[in-house]
Write a protein that binds this ligand. Structure first.
Ligand SMILES: Nc1ncnc2c1ncn2[C@@H]1O[C@H](COP(=O)(O)OP(=O)(O)OP(=O)(O)O)[C@@H](O)[C@H]1O
Ligand SMILES: [Mg+2]
Length: 313
């Protein structure tokens, strides 16, 4: 005769197992070891010292160019407080990062489909600094971001301008950093400023410079060389060259139409140059090259940098 106490206990255990199994499976999935050469989402933060130099438009159009080349791209608008990637795409997000942080929605539910297969994570204008998140909120966010690894080849992160904690941390966490500058001396000085902080905080960072709104290739080369020289001489830090985009009035018109330049005016000088940059600099396979590459490494560093909350180890 079976024990009347044990039986309900057994079924209770079985029931609980059934209930938690999907979650256990998801967490094991998230922690499965990655093989060298496996596909990962390359994380690229686009930043600048000075504001208004073209970061958001560059992120949007890079994403389109990569999407047109059949790469899966997710844009994360990390310009918390002044998030506006949605404006460049002419979309009105109903949900944003705040909903994930508050635990009312999953990241899947807030992903907005954009053109060319791009997906967009709208920044939450209700959050000013990720550093202000509670440990529970940070854990929720990082746990959700982990699942992007399988959904994208590139995670492009648009940040705000200036050398504040949010910006620097997103730079330090990414596989690659693109620092955007214009030829103006103020923008150049600020670009040097952010490169200095990055080089001192994480000397292994990979930084490339994109000169935007150049009047000529010669002007862009001059700016690139100046930045490379001062970074080498004063910081002992290598700065790579991503290229330049010309000053192009079509960019202004595209912004006014809330349509990314590559779709608004595909044959314009800036659109043509941007496609050239993508085919020159983004042709390599996106695979595991180092243990801490991709979303996994990104979250691990982000967790360390923002402290508390995350469980990305
Ligand atoms: N290559 C270009 N040629 C002409 N105008 C440009 C070019 N790139 C950007 N712009 C202009 O610069 C403006 C600012 O661009 P954008 O919003 O992308 O800058 P940002 O760096 O993201 O600014 P913020 O620091 O405020 O986030 C755009 O509205 C556009 O009109
Ligand atoms: Mg911007």
């Amino acid at each position: 005769m079976s024990d009347p106490v044990v039986k309900p206990l057994d079924s209770l255990v079985a029931e609980t197992r059934r209930q938690i199994q999907p979650y256990v499976f998801r967490r094991l999935e998230a922690r499965r070891p990655r093989q060298p050469g496996a596909k990962i989402a390359h994380t690229i933060t686009v930043s600048s010292g000075k504001g208004g130099v073209g970061k958001t438009n560059i992120v949007a159009n890079l994403a389109i160019a990569l999407g047109q080349a059949n790469r899966r791209v997710i844009i994360l608008d990390a310009d918390l407080g002044l998030a506006n990637i949605d404006v460049v795409f002419g979309i009105r997000p109903k949900r944003n990062l705040t909903d994930v942080i508050n635990g009312t929605h999953s990241l899947d539910e807030i992903l907005i489909p954009g053109p060319c297969g791009i997906q967009i994570i709208a920044g939450g204008s209700g959050i000013s600094e990720l550093a202000h998140l509670s440990p529970e909120q940070a854990r929720r966010l990082f746990d959700q971001l982990r699942f992007l690894e399988d959904k994208a080849d590139y995670l492009l992160i648009d940040t705000g301008a200036g050398i504040n904690q949010n910006v620097i941390r997103f730079c330090l966490a990414a596989d690659r950093i693109i620092v955007v500058t214009t030829p103006e001396p103020t923008a150049l000085a600020d670009a040097y400023g952010i490169i200095k902080v990055i080089s001192q905080s994480r000397p292994t960072s990979h930084v490339s410079v994109l000169v935007n709104r150049a009047e000529s290739e010669a002007e862009a080369t001059f700016i690139q060389e100046r930045l490379e020289t001062v970074a080498r001489d004063f910081l002992k830090f290598p700065v790579h060259r991503l290229g330049y985009l010309p000053n192009d009035p079509n960019m202004y018109l595209a912004v006014r139409q809330q349509t990314p330049l590559l779709l608004f005016s595909p044959m314009s000088p800036a659109a043509t140059r941007l496609r050239a940059i993508v085919s020159e600099a983004f042709h390599e396979a996106v695979t595991v090259t180092a243990p801490k590459s991709g979303i996994e490494g990104f979250l691990e560093r982000l967790t360390e940098l923002f402290g508390g909350g995350g469980s990305a180890a």
